[in-house]
Design a protein around this ligand. Structure first.
Ligand code: SF4
Length: 377
């Protein structure tokens, strides 16, 4: 994979369970998601992730199956990820403005030669906004236009024409200098195309699990246990949804838009093992692919994570890792249980690759958790 680039079908990433390819967030009919799930079954190990941004990852691909995956992924699935919109763009009842037209203009006019990970967010606002997502440039809908942000700075507000021109000026500078941070001169020139404006008011963190009012109908968001989705579960959910479209959303959530029977779909989602309650304790646990899907795993991570999740108290966090690589949570966690050649290792306030405090028998893991979290109380 090219350094600094996002993994894709053309340039996948080597992981413990094979090659990984990421597809940008997409709002597409359930049939397209079923086709994607079948691609995961035939070309990968049948596991998909929805990332913290709502992108979808195919896992367990190999050099021999990449062409097959490329042929099976629905052609309408977008491949480029420069411009991203809020998850209910154009549909949310509470959004300030539909970001699609501005996003389409930016994507069509963006210069060639931008750094591979350059990102522009066009955020229509509303409860499911993108305020918590990092980006090089962001355009946030305001009652009087589009507020343009660059890194940590807000440059000003303008109508769609002015904001688009200002953003394209910054993108041209980024392409010219092969950087994700426009120069101070480019920022000053972009600001001159806009009116001065204060930063946007802080908004609560979006919670995508649950019901969301749309201009027509409702959307239902369901969470993925440990951020992971089995292809068979995705197929069952997509086929049961009768939704107009599905979409990955920040928080590792799958949204079904314009569902005719949200209560019934919520029951079916729960029966499929998906998360329908934002306070579900499985959201307090990160677990990697683990055994048997990952050849490096020394632990059936998801079985252990599912067994231990009810014992993680609100505010607590547990990382269960099949080996020291720590794919599911590369950052320190309050508590990590890691598979090692010597058995199950316990790590306090560290990463999966850090020094193990002690080893324990899996049967003793619940008692160990209770002791550790009791110490925090
Ligand atoms: S952390 Fe998990 S998924 Fe990553 S290589 Fe180790 S066992 Fe495999």
């Amino acid at each position: 994979m090219r350094r600094g680039a996002c993994p894709s079908l053309e340039a996948p990433l080597h992981t413990g369970d094979g090659l990984l390819a990421r597809l940008p967030p997409a709002t597409l009919p359930p049939a397209a998601w079923v086709a994607l799930a079948r691609a995961a079954q035939r070309a990968g190990n049948g596991l998909l992730d929805i990332t913290a941004r709502g992108s979808v990852q195919l896992r367990g691909l190999s050099a021999e199956t990449l062409d097959l995956a490329e042929s099976l992924v629905p052609p309408e699935w977008p491949r480029g990820a420069l411009v991203m919109t809020s998850p209910l763009a154009g549909a949310a009842l509470d959004e300030t403005a539909d970001p699609h037209p501005l996003a389409a203009r930016l994507a069509a006019a963006a210069p060639a030669g931008l750094p591979p990970k350059a990102t522009v967010l066009v955020d229509g606002g509303g409860a499911l906004n993108l305020a918590g997502e990092a980006a090089d440039l962001r355009l946030v809908a305001q009652p009087d236009g589009w507020l343009l942000g660059c890194g940590m700075d807000w440059l000003g507000v303008g109508n769609a024409d002015a904001a688009c021109a200002a953003a394209l000026h910054l993108l041209a500078d980024m392409a010219r200098h092969a950087t994700r941070a426009p120069s101070a001169e480019a920022c000053a020139a972009a600001a001159q195309r806009l009116r001065p404006a204060p930063p946007p008011a802080p908004v609560p963190s979006p919670e995508a699990i649950g019901l969301h009012a749309l201009r027509e109908g409702v959307a239902l968001g369901v969470g993925l246990p440990f951020g992971r989705l089995e292809a068979a579960t995705l197929i069952a959910f997509a086929e049961a949804s009768n939704a107009r479209a599905l979409r990955g959303a920040p928080g590792r959530v799958l949204l079904a838009l314009r569902v005719p029977d949200p209560a019934g779909l919520r029951r079916q989602a729960a029966a499929l093992g998906l998360i329908t309650d934002p306070d579900d304790p499985r959201r307090r646990v990160a677990a990697c692919t683990g055994a048997p899907a990952c050849g490096s795993a020394l632990l059936d991570t998801r079985a252990l994570a599912a067994a231990l999740a009810p014992d993680v108290p609100p505010g607590g966090f547990l990382h269960v890792s099949g080996c020291a690589k720590g794919c599911a949570h590369p950052r320190p966690a309050r508590l990590t249980l890691v598979g090692t050649p010597q058995g199950l290792g316990l790590i306090r306030r560290g990463r999966a690759g850090d020094t193990v405090a002690h080893h324990l028998h899996p049967q003793d893991a619940r008692a160990a958790l209770a002791r550790e979290f009791a110490a925090d109380a």
